[in-house]
Write a protein that binds this ligand. Structure first.
Ligand SMILES: Cc1ncc(COP(=O)(O)O)c(C=O)c1O
Length: 367
């Protein structure tokens, strides 16, 4: 008999049929919503918890403490419920009522961090408080998604390998959206080692500074950070970086629901804008096989992206005009084709925020 955690992974790969002519364009989505916690984050969350159990970092009766405004926290809450751990998740005022309700339904304790950091977001203040609680609460464990190398390793050993086998080794490009860098770090390492001809394309939000640039606020959920995360340990493995605008991404989400019957989250809309751009520009040569990783489910965003009032209050276009969307897509240009040039690594952060990840590894090495 299997348990709920045995259902993590093995997500389907589906081809788009209506938004583009599938005889000319081969765009596929890997639907990570089929994971039991509803997103791709179940994979690194489960991988990290299992590793922590094996290495003795997480013991029975322990407490998992994490900073997350969305999917990673929900995955940990689900896993904690299934495995009998106390779970504390640090969120911020931008966390949606749906995500808060999910965290609470799984029995997690939720702390809302209201102090902004120097970039105007809550990442650093949330992480610093999570690390402080970890020092204070005995038998607690910090998955530390922004700094733990196990995050990228979960995708390197799991998701990327699974996709490659599913495609029978036949693909030209993979499009990944970025926040902690777990996905793009793990996938880029896998493809450089196993299929170097596959183009690895990273998509950040306009306004985020993972790959440098000008910081400003943005609405895309689950994307962006104010530094290059250490899970992207080698920017040379990434071929191209795009920055997706909020409006184009949300339009794409709504278009996908209406024309493909696929409800997807904002980051998938952003990834799809870029996947479509890559497909259209490859038109003259042979048909490109492009896969976009669809990280979560649109039902989490019914009161935002799929709500006309919410969109109009933010001056976002709610009309569904395929020609209009195609025009926007064709205007999009890569932000960088040499991401190392605009790297925004901040190695001091790991120490300033007192991240426990290095300490875990050091303690283990010391026996
Ligand atoms: C919906 C969604 N898309 C994309 C990402 C980016 O994934 P990663 O953190 O592996 O870079 C996240 C991360 O939180 C997410 O929740």
């Amino acid at each position: 008999m299997i348990t709920i955690l045995d259902t993590v992974g093995h997500s389907p790969l589906v081809q788009l049929r209506n938004l583009v002519d599938s005889d000319r364009y081969d765009i596929r989505l890997k639907l990570e919503r089929t994971n039991p916690g509803g997103s791709i984050k179940d994979r690194p969350a489960l991988y990290i918890v299992k590793e922590a159990e094996c290495r003795g970092w997480l013991r029975p009766g322990g407490t998992i403490i994490e900073s997350s405004s969305g999917n990673f926290g929900i995955s940990l809450a689900m896993i904690g419920a299934a495995r009998g751990y106390r779970v504390i998740i640090l969120v911020d005022p931008k966390t949606t009522p749906t995500n808060l309700a999910l965290l609470k339904a799984y029995g997690a304790e939720v702390i809302v961090v209201t102090e902004q950091d120097d970039s105007g977001s809550y990442h650093k203040t949330r992480i610093a408080l999570a690390n402080k609680l970890h020092r204070e609460i005995p038998n607690s464990f910090r998955p530390d998604q922004c700094f733990s190398p196990l995050n990228g390793e979960a995708h390197y050993k799991g998701t990327a390998q699974e996709l490659f086998e599913q495609c029978g080794g036949e693909l030209d490009a993979v499009v990944l959206t970025v926040s902690t860098g777990g996905q793009v770090g793990g996938f880029s390492r896998f493809f450089r080692e196993h299929a170097p001809n596959v183009k690895v394309v990273a998509v950040d939000a306009v306004g985020s500074t993972i790959f440098g640039g000008q910081a400003h606020s943005y609405l895309l959920p689950g994307m962006g950070l104010s530094w290059t995360p250490t899970n992207i340990d080698n920017l040379n493995r990434i071929d191209e970086v795009y920055k997706a605008p909020d409006e184009d991404s949300f339009m794409m989400c709504r278009m996908m629901a209406k024309h493909e019957g696929i409800m997807c989250g904002g980051s998938t809309g952003a990834g799809m804008v870029v996947a479509l751009k890559l497909a259209l520009q490859g038109e003259s040569s042979k048909k490109q096989r492009i896969v976009c990783i669809a990280s979560d489910n649109g039902e989490r965003y019914l009161s935002t992206i799929y709500n006309d009032e919410w969109m109009l209050e933010r001056n976002l276009d709610t009309t569904l005009n395929p020609t209009h969307l195609l025009e926007r897509v064709s205007r999009l240009a890569p932000y960088s084709i040499n991401p190392i040039e605009t790297a925004n690594y901040k190695p001091e952060l790991e120490y300033l925020l007192d991240s426990p990840s290095r300490q875990y590894i050091a303690d283990e090495a010391a026996g």
